[in-house]
Design a protein around this ligand. Sequence first.
Ligand SMILES: [Zn+2]
Ligand SMILES: [Zn+2]
Length: 150
Amino acid sequence: MARAWQAAARSNCIRRAVGAVLVRDGQIIAEGWNGVAGEYPDCRAAGCRRCIEGGATGSGYESCICIHAEQSAVAQAARNGIATEGSSLYVNLRPCLQCLTLCLAAGVNRVFFAGDSWEYPSEVERIYCVLCDRLDEFARVDNSVAALED
Ligand SMILES: [Zn+2]
Ligand SMILES: [Zn+2]
């Protein structure tokens, strides 16, 4: 998890700095952080409407051009030809519904998160929990405690 916070420091999103680390067999296989690709100082300069105008956590992504840290980590693994099947994800924020779906599709088995607490409205939260149950583990962890275990 400490490594996820380090990855978050590379974010260029004005809204939030998120970092994600994929681990398999005790090895870091990919890292990602949120924000925009390219040589922009931040996502405002790149023209991200959602990040400029604000909005609730977990919503308004149709006008957001920032990639999420989890998506970025899975994409990095794909670019490098590294399998994500059976991996664990460490991320310094509770993942959004879309990232959870992506992680499940990528074969991630365990998700450990930290950071600010947030939840969806109850209707969506219920679906979120159904997805969480498909993981072997989905847990909030204190910083770096889980990193020692994996
Ligand atoms: Zn942004
Ligand atoms: Zn996400």
